[in-house]
Design a protein around this ligand. Structure first.
Ligand code: ADP
Ligand code: GLC
Length: 478
């Protein structure tokens, strides 16, 4: 049995702002199937304190980068959970990274350096009763863990997974003395990054292996267009870089058992979906009709290409489409969609906010999900769309390129298409893709075949869980 410590800033169902949480939440079960026991370490946000029952303190720090902290041990869905209880760092309102207005906390460097330092100490065996073989850090918020581990003699191997290289945790050089690292760590092969300190960069330098969440994104981040300044480092370390596509958690995303759906269904009982479509129409005040309902379930940011979609809406409506959007993010984008809804009453419905059950209803009732991302390391909403018969219309990038088979003539004829892909996130390309979806939707034979094909495809964690486990084994044998 391999013992892995998985360190992250989010995990579903305890705390979630995006796909990172879904993946970190699903990994313990995915890996358990391959003889890996995963313990998850999370920061002690208020939301966690409420939901972890029976947690007890197993360790104390008088001075963890200047603050007092305790380590709590509990359980999540039958898997071990550790919570870094440091009230001065984590007991505050707002979200995991910023206040209620979305402004980053000014001490984020200390918050996540402390998480990394605690993780490294736990991994090297400083906490009685806990031993680990693998330290697995997710994204910049956890990436300091291998950077600290490097300065211990522990025989523990480390993995950093990049869920999004656009977020790097860059801070001023002035914080360096407070990180408690040896002076030599402020170097080009250490934590130094363009004259400051880079948390993700530090982790990528220190890790024994690097993974990212799709094979295409693993190639893309070697290029300046996608590498966001880290392409040079990624290129030097490319023999240690692996692209492992995310899976979906069937306990959470299954239309046959989903409590958020008025009508549950399988690929054999697709017509039942109609009741969910009616529920979407009511919820978003859309006119009833047989034409396609497109949905968007997304952070509203530049990454997601949502600004380009805003320019395509008049055409979408003119061609007989309707749109139900659930999302939040950039205020200008929120307003663009609220304006479009006001221009097209009954045809465009917008819900600004974050609503987990509503996201399930949209996957189970809308006809197609639009994902025009400029870059997408993996993307989960297209996988949920496949599982729910909500046909993905996606930009050909990252994990979207790896998981969707475009409905071109050959793929349609062979019965292998699962969605629509388009090249280049432009108004023209996206409009053409939407028109193509509307035409295909008018041909039930094609559309239902695509829906069923997606629903039958296997995007469970089976294969990817096995790949992570094989990577761990490989590292431990070196
Ligand atoms: P990212 O992590 O870049 O935001 P992913 O596609 O990997 O993109 O994951 C997004 C996750 O967040 C999915 O589980 C999706 O359903 C969820 N999500 C995004 N926006 C919302 C929202 N407004 N309400 C509910 N769930 C949302
Ligand atoms: C990031 C990426 C997204 C990916 C998710 C989980 O948030 O933006 O593409 O699916 O992490 O790996």
């Amino acid at each position: 049995m391999i013992r892995a410590l998985s360190v992250a800033s989010e995990a579903y169902p305890l705390i979630k702002t995006g796909g990172l949480a879904d993946v970190v939440g699903a990994l313990p079960a995915a890996l358990a199937a391959h003889e890996v026991q995963t313990t998850t370490l999370l920061p002690g946000y208020p939301a966690l304190a409420l939901s972890i029952k029976g947690a007890r303190a197993i360790h104390r720090w008088r001075d963890l980068l200047g603050v007092e902290a305790r380590l709590l041990k509990g359980e999540i869905d039958g898997h071990p959970l550790l919570v870094l209880d440091a009230p001065r760092l984590f007991a505050r309102g707002g979200g995991p990274y910023g206040d209620a207005t979305g402004t980053d906390w000014p001490d984020n460097w200390r918050r996540f350096a402390a998480l990394g330092r605690a993780a490294a100490e736990i991994a090297r065996g400083a906490v009685k009763g806990l031993t680990f073989d693998i330290l697995h850090a997710h994204d910049w918020q956890a990436a300091m863990a291998p950077a600290y581990l490097r300065y211990t003699a522990a025989p523990v191997k480390s993995v950093v997974t990049i869920h999004n290289i656009a977020f790097q945790g860059r801070f001023e050089a002035a914080i360096f003395p407070d990180l408690g690292l040896p002076a030599a760590a402020f170097a080009i092969d250490g934590v130094e990054y363009y004259g400051g300190v880079g948390f993700l960069k530090a982790g990528l330098e220190a890790a024994d292996a690097i993974t990212t969440v799709s094979p295409t994104y693993a190639d893309e981040i070697l290029r300046s267009e996608f590498g966001m300044g880290l392409e040079g480092l990624m290129t030097t370390r490319r023999e240690r870089l692996h692209g492992i596509v995310n899976g979906i958690d069937p306990a959470v995303w299954n239309p046959e058992t989903d409590p958020a759906l008025p009508a549950r269904y399988t690929h054999r009982t697709l017509p039942r979906r109609a009741a969910n479509k009616r529920a979407v129409e009511r919820t978003f005040a859309l006119e009833a009709g047989d034409g396609p309902i497109f949905t968007v379930i997304s952070r509203l940011t530049w990454q997601k290409g949502i600004d380009v979609l805003a320019d395509c809406l008049d055409d979408l409506v003119a061609r007989g489409g309707r749109l139900a959007l659930l999302g939040s993010g950039d205020v200008t984008l929120e307003h663009a969609f609220l304006d479009a809804a006001a221009r097209h009453p009954g045809r465009i419905g917008v819900r600004i906010g974050y609503d987990e059950p509503l996201s399930h209803l949209l996957q189970g009732g809308a006809d197609a999900i639009l994902i025009p991302s400029r870059f997408e390391p993996c993307g989960l909403t297209q996988l949920y769309g496949l599982a729910y018969g909500c046909v993905p219309v996606v930009a050909r990038t990252g994990g979207l390129a790896d998981t969707i088979i475009d409905a071109n003539d050959a793929a349609l004829a062979a019965g292998v298409a699962t969605g629509i892909q388009f090249d280049g996130v432009t108004r023209e390309a996206l409009t053409a893709a939407i028109r193509r979806a509307i035409r295909l939707h008018a041909s039930p034979a094609h559309w239902c075949t695509m829906q069923r094909r997606g629903m039958k495809a296997d995007f469970s964690w089976g294969t990817s869980g096995a790949r992570y486990a094989a990577l761990y084994r490989d590292l431990l044998q070196r």
